[in-house]
Design a protein around this ligand. Structure first.
Ligand code: TTP
Ligand code: MN
Ligand code: MN
Ligand code: MN
Length: 359
């Protein structure tokens, strides 16, 4: 039984560098505010991605969850023709292309992209030369560092940034802990940013930690952009079961200057780039120590896994899980910590059941 189609059959073509066919469709739904359809394709993509075998005929996917009619039609096309006409049409669609370009800028979401598109703007040059367009600070930094921050961050760069933050944190709080989370924590070799959790054993102190850290980075001359959000965490509140509601811990979204001399094996830069440094997006989050496990679980991702894990907690265990806590509805109280056994069992059951149903 030779596979007739590459990578779980969800690539646009065999040589595709356009990315997943499903991701293109999901993205287009996102651009058009059709969240339900967007999620359906993301979910289908993750079901196919985690298969230990290659899909070679549609029949083989019969018992898999989360594959709707539309998904199956696209798969059928991919299996028969090696390409999807719907996806190809989208890839050459002006609206899709423009949204894709605009939302690739740090600080630009689908709403802003839509506003600009409706004004007839189609390129970065159109935006930057239009006197009626006012960019906010985040978007200005997004354009300024566009080349660097749209380039993948390597594991070595992430490790180096972790050390830099570690040092800055320890200058203020010697007992603090800094942990790499996000995609790198899942074993990825490259990411779009570096996610770090910073916390101290002294409860309450974590709230004031980040402003000190960013001050220190500023003194070092490596803070290129900083958006700090103070904690709005209320420990009496029950976990939220809507996934997209982000957490309430103190956090900051940064762009840092990373020197090549600080990275083992050098920077992941474009060929011919002789500056010796690059800009990197870094996220810092600072939960109280007693919420550390929940924050780590939530920030490790992927987003799809988090969504499904929360659903699993709710539907299979009668519990509410978010970045702050795990609440047992039957017992009417929160778990003090995440037991390894519990989460191991949970993950096994999750894997057995696959990723099922709605959010
Ligand atoms: P991302 O950094 O967006 O994604 P990633 O690290 O999985 O992948 P990439 O390599 O592209 O960076 O988010 C990491 C996780 O953090 C994700 O599961 C969502 C979570 N998160 C929160 O829980 N709260 C927040 O406020 C933010 C910004 C992210
Ligand atoms: Mn990340
Ligand atoms: Mn990301
Ligand atoms: Mn991030």
């Amino acid at each position: 039984m030779k596979p007739t189609c590459s990578v779980s059959c969800c690539k646009v073509t065999e040589r595709s560098d356009e990315g997943d066919a499903f991701e293109v469709l999901a993205e287009n739904y996102e651009f058009n505010n059709m969240d339900g359809q967007c999620l359906a394709f993301r979910r289908a993509a993750s079901v196919l991605k985690c298969l230990p075998w290659v899909v070679w005929c549609l029949g083989a996917t019969q018992d898999l969850p989360c594959l709707g009619q539309h998904t199956k039609e696209v798969m059928e096309e991919l299996l028969q023709c090696g390409r999807s006409f719907e996806v190809e049409e989208l890839l050459s669609d002006e609206r899709y292309q423009t949204f894709k370009l605009f939302t690739s800028v740090f600080g630009v979401g689908p709403k802003t992209a839509e506003k600009w598109f409706c004004r007839g703007l189609r390129s970065f040059n159109d935006i930057l030369t239009d006197p009626s367009i006012h960019l906010n600070r985040m978007q200005q930094s997004g354009f300024l560092h566009y080349g660097d921050i749209s380039r993948a961050v390597s594991k070595a760069e992430a490790v180096s940034l972790r050390s830099i933050i570690d040092e800055a944190v320890h200058a203020i709080a010697p007992a603090a802990a800094v942990a790499l989370t996000g995609g790198f924590c899942r074993g990825k070799e490259f990411g779009h940013d570096v996610d770090l959790i910073v916390t101290t054993p002294e409860l309450g102190m974590e709230e004031s930690l980040l402003p000190y850290v960013t001050d220190e980075l500023k003194k070092q001359g490596i803070l290129l952009y900083c958006d700090y959000q103070a904690s709005t965490f209320d420990m009496r509140k029950l976990p939220n079961h809507h996934f997209e509601a982000m957490d309430h811990f103190s956090k900051c979204f940064l762009i840092l200057r990373l020197e090549g001399s600080q990275v083992e094996g050098g920077l992941h830069c474009a060929e011919g780039d002789s500056r010796g440094w690059r800009a990197v997006r870094v996220d810092l989050v600072s939960p109280p120590m007693d919420r550390y496990a929940f924050a780590l679980l939530g920030w490790t991702g992927s987003r799809q896994f988090e969504r499904d894990l929360r659903k699993f907690a709710r539907k299979e265990r009668g519990m509410l899980l978010d970045n702050h806590a795990l609440y047992d509805k039957k017992k009417g109280r929160s778990a003090k910590r995440l037991s390894c056994k519990q989460s191991r069992e949970g993950c096994k059951a999750y894997q057995r059941g696959g990723s099922t149903g709605e959010t």
